[in-house]
Design a binder for this molecule. Structure first.
Ligand code: C2E
Ligand code: MG
Ligand code: MG
Ligand code: MG
Length: 282
C-alpha cells in the first residue's frame, strides 16, 4: 500500500488502497481547466473510398495537449470525463472546433464530411440537437458535411429515446454512424428501426480477419446486413494493403486505418491524404 507522487505532483495510489478515484478527480479538475485554457486539440483521420482510395472524409479525434505530460490520447482522460459532466463541456468544444474546420475545408473547395464522436450523456440532453444546429448555422456548414458517431452501448442504454434523438439529427440532414459495431449488444432486430446511415465495423474484427475465420465471417455478415439496410459500411483499423484490398473486394464502402493515414492535425490532411510520416502520430 503506497502512494507515489509523479513529476506533475499527481498522487497515484496503488489499486489496493481503493483510493484511485482521488487521483482521477484531480486529473478531471485539471481537464476542466485545460478545456477552458484551450489545451484540447483535434486530430483528423482520413476515410478513403475503398475502390478508388480517394479521400472521402475525416474523423475528428480529441487529444489533450497537457503542459507537462505532452499530447495525451483520449483513453487517458475520456473514461473519467464520461463519468462526469466534463464530457458535456468537452463535447461542446469538439463540435465547435470540428464544425469550424469542416467549414474551412468546405470553403477551400474540399467539402468532405467530418465525423464527430458523441457520448451517450451528450445525446441524452434535450439541448444536444439545437446546439449542433446552432453551430452549423453559425459557421454556415451544410448539415450533410457532418456525421455523428454513436456507439451501440450509447443507443442500447435507452433505445427509444436514442432512436428519437437520432431521428431528430437525421431530419436535420446530419449523418448518423454506429461506431465500433459488433462490440456492443445491439439486438439485430433493432437495427432496421434505427434511423442511421452508416455502420463502422470495429477494428477488433478487422485486425483479426486474416488469422481468424470467425472474425472474417462476422465482417462478411455485417457487410450483408448493411447492404440489405442500404447503409454505408466503414471498416476501421485497416493497417495494411492486403486487408484494404480484401475489404474492398468484400464490399466495404470506406476504409479507415493506419494504412490509409494516421490521425494528424488538420493542416496535414492533404488531397489524397498522404501524410508525411513526421507529421502524423506514430
Ligand atoms: P473510435 O471512434 O473507434 O476511433 C478510432 C480509434 O482507433 C482512434 O483512437 C484511432 O487513432 C485508432 N485507429 C485508427 N486507425 C487504426 C489502425 O489502423 N490500427 C489501430 N490499432 N488503431 C487505429 P483514439 O484517437 O485513441 O480514440 C479512441 C476512442 O476515443 C475513439 O474510438 C472514440 O471512441 C473516443 N474518442 C475520441 N475522440 C472523441 C471525442 O471527441 N468525443 C468522444 N465522445 N469520444 C472520442
Ligand atoms: Mg469513432
Ligand atoms: Mg470507431
Ligand atoms: Mg473503435
Amino acid at each position: 500500500r503506497c502512494a507515489k507522487q509523479d513529476r506533475t505532483g499527481v498522487v497515484r495510489w496503488t489499486a489496493r488502497t481503493g483510493l484511485g478515484r482521488r487521483a482521477d478527480l484531480r486529473q478531471l479538475t485539471e481537464l476542466r481547466a485545460g478545456i477552458r485554457a484551450g489545451h484540447l486539440r483535434l486530430h483528423y483521420q482520413p476515410l478513403h473510398r475503398a475502390g478508388c482510395r480517394t479521400l472521402n472524409g475525416t474523423e475528428a479525434l480529441v487529444r489533450w495537449q497537457h503542459p507537462q505530460r505532452g499530447m495525451l490520447p483520449p483513453g487517458v482522460f475520456l473514461p473519467d470525463a464520461e463519468r462526469s459532466d466534463v464530457i458535456l463541456e468537452l463535447t461542446d468544444w469538439v463540435l465547435a472546433e470540428a464544425i469550424h474546420q469542416a467549414c474551412a475545408w468546405h470553403r477551400a473547395g474540399r467539402g468532405m464530411p467530418v465525423s464527430v464522436n458523441l457520448s451517450a450523456a451528450y445525446l441524452a440532453q434535450d439541448r444536444a440537437v439545437p446546439t449542433i444546429l446552432a453551430l452549423l448555422r453559425l459557421e454556415g456548414l451544410p448539415a450533410s458535411l457532418l456525421t455523428v458517431e454513436i456507439t451501440e452501448t450509447a443507443v442500447l442504454a435507452r433505445p427509444d429515446q436514442a432512436a428519437a434523438r437520432l431521428a431528430e439529427i437525421r431530419a436535420a440532414g446530419i449523418r448518423v454512424a454506429i461506431d465500433d459495431f459488433g462490440t456492443g449488444y445491439t439486438s439485430l432486430g433493432l437495427l432496421p428501426e434505427l434511423p442511421i446511415d452508416e455502420l463502422k465495423i470495429d477494428q477488433s474484427f478487422v485486425l483479426r480477419m486474416h488469422d481468424s475465420k470467425p472474425h472474417a465471417v462476422i465482417i462478411d455478415s455485417v457487410i450483408a446486413i448493411a447492404r440489405a439496410l442500404s447503409l454505408t459500411v466503414v471498416a476501421e483499423g485497416v493497417e495494411d494493403e492486403p486487408t484494404a484490398a480484401a475489404l474492398a473486394d468484400a464490399g466495404v464502402d470506406l476504409l479507415q486505418g493506419y494504412h490509409l493515414g494516421r490521425p494528424c492535425p488538420a493542416e496535414n490532411v492533404h488531397g489524397r491524404s498522404w501524410v508525411s510520416p513526421g507529421e502524423a502520430e506514430q
